[in-house]
Design a protein around this ligand. Structure first.
Ligand code: AMP
Ligand code: ZN
Length: 473
């Protein structure tokens, strides 16, 4: 398998540290509000990567944190602490907010068929571990105390900007326009490991530490949770592209300073989902959540299908029109799969199974090309193989794609049967004749049949999902 690695800026063959095993870490959500569908694009694409690794036989262990304490990196942070802001907004405690939105996050994941990682760690449960690693960084001379906070000293590293040759003046927190400088830092890129004094001092959650009562910075969470559960050598670290700098850059700085060797080999970054007017946000205009999609009549799996139609390393534009196109395409796919579920028996055509499965693997081996994998799914439907072979392929591909293909195909048949059960046989017969007429491009006859159907009290319409029949009210 070839994966694009943000560290080397190229596609590399994926070789894990230990044969047959993969350690995988994912930055989890900050649980101060519902996840937006942009966040969930990242989790869907990471889920595909994990499931495909399992499909090819790897034993995967995947770990994720939950950012339930702060989201702070330095006193230069703008605005409010997100967790505190959420608690104030809803007149709840920070822990109540964290619990509520953690549950909401996993509900959304379930609806989108995103598997829960093997290990999920809320940051508030790992305070001792953060203190232990920060103490070690102090002992090794990589961290210093200033103004009551513990900072990581980026000047001690040979190379800090690992993902890009960033222009420090443009990117370092504390030097951009409108962002306050943190006077305590020795270097512009230094970041806080432990806060005891900050402008965010009204924190609800604080813990004792060798440096006084306080709370951890954001970046240290992921380093500690990953190293504790996945050991000193991490195979794949995932996250949205916005996390590459400074979050992942700082994770690497801390972890490698602590370990004394290279930590993670492959960095898998997902590009953003944007709206037509720019960045997806939780405060701007209509806040796009899974529940909103459901309210508007879209099954969550349609959003998953929409995401899979594009490559994870390209920005994706969300619009209701684009989602409608995905809905129509998904509907057609389900309609084509439906008759296969009614045919039983027959031996699996091994050669055809292998040919198509190979094509599916080639697509995903090529830097998780999900759009190409979907094309192979269409090739299965076009294949001359029998229904048993096609169904076996669809079921197997869906272990990775997670699109509920066969379940929704069966549901489609049930719903069609229920709908036509209420429609008189005479009308159904005319509808069938009209379908034939349209196929034969005899539109005059089709119109005549539509009028006949109307005279019996029914309206027939061609939609992108197929033929719809409804009673005229
Ligand atoms: P957060 O809850 O802000 O910590 O973000 C959770 C995950 O969503 C992180 O991996 C982010 O990098 C990712 N993310 C944030 N915004 C977007 C977006 N518009 N599209 C895709 N992923 C995003
Ligand atoms: Zn992280």
């Amino acid at each position: 398998m070839y994966l694009y690695n943000s560290l080397s800026h190229k596609k590399e063959e994926f070789i894990p540290h230990e044969e047959g095993k993969v350690s995988m870490y994912t930055c989890g959500p900050t649980v101060y509000h519902y996840a937006h569908i942009g966040n969930l694009r990242s989790y869907i694409m990471e889920d595909i990567l994990e499931k495909y690794l399992r499909y090819t036989g790897y034993d995967v262990k995947r770990v994720m944190n939950i950012t339930d304490v702060g989201h702070l990196t330095s006193d230069g942070d703008t605005g409010d602490d997100k967790m505190l802001k959420g608690a104030k907004r809803e007149h709840k405690t920070v822990m109540e907010i964290a619990k509520f939105y953690t549950d909401a996050f996993f509900d959304d994941c379930k609806k989108l068929n995103i598997k829960t990682p093997d290990v999920v760690v809320p940051a508030t449960t790992y305070i001792d571990e953060f203190i232990r690693v920060i103490s070690s960084l102090m002992e090794k001379g990589y961290a210093y105390e200033a103004g009551g906070n513990i900072y990581f000293d980026t000047s001690k590293l040979d190379k800090y900007y690992v993902f890009n040759d960033f222009n420090e003046e443009d990117l370092a927190v504390g030097v951009r326009d409108g962002v306050e400088a943190d006077e305590n830092k020795r270097n512009k890129a230094d970041f806080v490991l432990w806060f005891t004094k900050s402008k965010f001092d009204d924190q609800e959650l604080k813990w004792d530490s060798p440096w006084g009562i306080g709370y951890p910075g954001w970046h240290i969470e992921c380093s500690c949770i990953s190293m504790k559960n996945l050991g000193e050598y991490l195979d794949i670290h995932c996250g949205g592209i916005d996390n590459a700098f400074p979050h992942h850059t700082n994770e690497i700085a801390q972890s490698e300073a602590y370990l004394g060797h290279k930590w993670c080999n492959y960095w898998f970054h997902i590009l953003h989902l944007n709206t037509n007017d720019g960045k997806m946000s939780k405060s701007k205009g209509e806040f796009l959540t899974v529940s909103l999609l459901e309210e508007k009549g879209y099954k969550p799996v349609i959003y998953r299908f929409f995401c899979l139609q594009s490559h994870y390393r390209k920005s994706l534009v969300f619009s209701w029109d684009n989602l409608d196109n995905a809905k129509a395409a998904y509907g057609k796919l389900i309609e084509k799969i439906a008759p296969l579920t009614q045919e039983s028996g027959g031996d699996i055509d091994k050669a055809e199974y292998e040919r198509l499965d190979k094509a599916f693997r080639e697509a995903l081996d090529s830097d998780v090309n999900t759009a190409m994998a979907i094309t192979v799914l269409y090739d299965v439907l076009k294949s001359k193989a029998n229904a048993a072979t096609k169904l076996a392929l669809i079921n197997d591909f869906d272990k990775v794609l997670g699109l509920d293909l066969v379940a929704n195909a069966k549901l489609f048949l049930e719903e069609s049967a229920n709908a036509s059960a209420d429609i008189p046989a005479e009308v159904m017969e005319l509808v069938e004749q009209r379908k034939e007429a349209r196929k034969a491009k005899d539109f005059a006859l089709a119109d005549e049949l539509r009028d006949k159907i109307a005279s019996l009290g029914y309206e027939v319409k061609e939609t992108r999902q197929g033929t719809e029949i409804s009673k005229i009210q």
